[in-house]
Write a protein of this length. Structure first.
Length: 184
């Protein structure tokens, strides 16, 4: 039986440690992740926060939701939010969620969520119109970027080293060599 949007929001607020998502009316708990996954989440969050103008952008990692519809809410691993999208939420009690397309949404591949991320979440982010979507694979040490074009289509680029500049985040450069420097 599908879960209503109201029930989902109540559950997500009452059990924030559950990291609840909703897809096509079905509840889904975001599972625990590997050390490599968590390392990249932390390092990417830190890199973005250190380079973004905080009066213009905020960053979330494993917090906040992206609302696709009344039946679907996802928690990306990392995402950047223009501050003007946050202003209406201040003072409102309840779940933090965004409907407008975002400048950067990132999922980090994990054995427990890899297929779901690629087959479901990344496709839905494109349907939403997010400006840039990244899938980072910690074991292959790759980043695939889908960048929205003026006609609504996406180009796909793959990176495995060097610097990557998100198209909608001014003055931000992510050093992949540094991001993938773990366990050595």
């Amino acid at each position: 039986m599908p879960v209503s949007e109201k029930t989902f929001r109540q559950l997500a607020v009452e059990d924030p440690e559950g990291h609840w998502e909703l897809y096509c009316g079905g509840l889904r708990r975001k599972p625990g992740m590997s050390i490599e996954h968590n390392h990249i989440v932390s390092e990417l969050h830190y890199a973005l926060m250190n380079q973004l103008d905080r009066s213009q952008f905020a960053v979330r990692s494993n917090a906040g939701h992206i609302r696709l519809s009344a039946q679907s809410y996802f928690i990306p691993d990392v995402f950047a939010i223009p501050v003007e999208l946050q202003r209406p939420l201040w003072g409102r009690r309840g779940l933090e969620w965004y409907t407008a397309p975002l400048p950067l949404v990132v999922e980090i591949w994990s054995p427990s969520t890899g297929d779901y991320d690629v087959e479901t979440k990344l496709r839905e982010y494109q349907r939403r119109g997010d400006i840039e979507i990244w899938r980072i694979h910690p074991y292959e040490r790759t980043l695939i970027a889908w960048r929205r074009q003026a006609d609504g289509s996406y180009t796909e680029s793959a990176f495995n080293q060097g610097m990557v500049k998100p198209v909608a985040l001014p003055n931000v450069t992510i050093d992949l060599d540094s991001l993938f420097e773990y366990g050595r």
